[in-house]
Design a protein around this ligand. Structure first.
Ligand SMILES: Nc1ncnc2c1ncn2[C@@H]1O[C@H](COP(=O)(O)OP(=O)(O)OP(=O)(O)O)[C@@H](O)[C@H]1O
Ligand SMILES: [Mg+2]
Length: 314
């Protein structure tokens, strides 16, 4: 384990009233913990607004952390995340859903790729040019791409450039926030397979954020399912899929379309009746205010949020 996140909370103030004072807080992330092993892929899934992007952004320092801490290689880096030139900022990179808006439209690709290199690696101009060519080759883009501007590329190509920028500094952890959801299905598969390839080649660790459980199943060894800023269930992908415990996980799994190997006879897995199921299990899954309970172990590699007296029920 090279990185650990402990009881992370990100609460956004809500302002209002005549004096525009803080009248409430949105608990976007409300006490989550994670551990990252080198070379593994961790999935973070959950419906829109549950706090996935806030989690990713707070880890790389784009959002303020309300409480909790991040331990990186044995050191508490919670307050160093905003130090743009720190080793932490070199080693943890992010890929966004929409690479286009994450790239300066007035800069050529070579300048976009040069930015992280200049921030973190001390290279001569000649070495820098070599590294840029190398990065373009890694992501399968022609060398003359470096003279073009972001708008001259397709969605899949832009994602590849976003990946090239993210890997420029040889990072340890890449946080990929819905990296393929804006792409056509066929291009999605290409980019996902490519991400798997570079993961294996460079021993990268991924925190892979997606609302699509199918994609996460394909990419990740470990999954955390988020609901209202908390984890309802977390564990080895196989265990989550074969032995889901939380009502919310079951609900997500029942919504995945199952496609036959031939692609024909595509059918929906039988949907569970969420309402009746939900009522029956609700009191075991959420406390009286609707907050997700703390996690309890199901096995050594599988945890579920459950009421303290749920042990007899599982
Ligand atoms: N800068 C902000 N100020 C106030 N509230 C915010 C801010 N950013 C996000 N939120 C709120 O925090 C919650 C979590 O948002 P977040 O973007 O992390 O969700 P998400 O899981 O990434 O959703 P999606 O799948 O739609 O991307 C939401 O209720 C959102 O409205
Ligand atoms: Mg998001």
């Amino acid at each position: 384990m090279f990185m650990q996140i402990n009881n992370l909370k990100v609460h956004y103030p809500v302002r209002g009233g005549f004096f525009n004072t803080v009248i409430d807080h949105i608990h976007a992330v409300d006490g989550i913990s994670m551990e990252f092993d080198k070379g593994k892929a961790y999935g973070l899934v959950g419906e829109s607004g549950c706090g996935k992007s806030t989690t990713g952004k707070s880890i790389i320092g784009l959002e303020k952390i309300t409480s909790g801490n991040i331990i990186y290689e044995g050191e508490d880096v919670t307050n160093k995340r905003r130090d743009r030139k720190s080793a932490y900022n070199r080693d943890i990179q992010m890929i966004f859903q929409d690479s286009h808006s994450a790239m300066n439209p007035r800069k050529r690709v070579q300048d976009i790729l040069a930015e992280p290199i200049r921030n973190f690696l001390k290279l001569s101009p000649q070495e820098e040019r070599k590294r840029i060519n190398e990065l373009l080759a890694i992501v399968g883009m022609p060398e003359d791409s470096k003279l073009k501007y972001p708008h001259e590329f397709s969605g899949g190509q832009k994602q590849r450039l976003g990946i090239a920028r993210a890997i420029a500094t040889n990072p340890k952890l890449i946080i990929a926030d819905e990296p393929v959801s804006a792409l056509d299905l066929s291009v999605q598969a290409q980019v996902l397979n490519f991400m798997k390839d570079i993961q294996n080649e460079y021993g990268l660790t991924y925190l892979f954020i997606s609302h699509d459980l199918g994609v996460v199943k394909h990419m990740c060894e470990h999954i955390s399912i988020m609901y209202k800023g908390r984890f309802v269930e977390t564990g080895a992908t196989k265990e989550i899929f074969e032995n889901p415990q939380h009502i919310y996980t079951k609900r997500l799994l029942s919504a995945i379309p199952e496609v036959s190997p031939t692609g024909r006879n595509a059918r929906k897995r039988e949907r569970i009746n969420v309402e009746t199921h939900y009522q029956k299990e609700h009191s075991l899954s959420f406390d009286e205010s609707g907050r997700v309970f703390d996690l309890v172990p199901v096995s050594e590699t599988h945890f579920v949020a459950a009421s303290p007296n749920v042990k007899e029920v599982i």
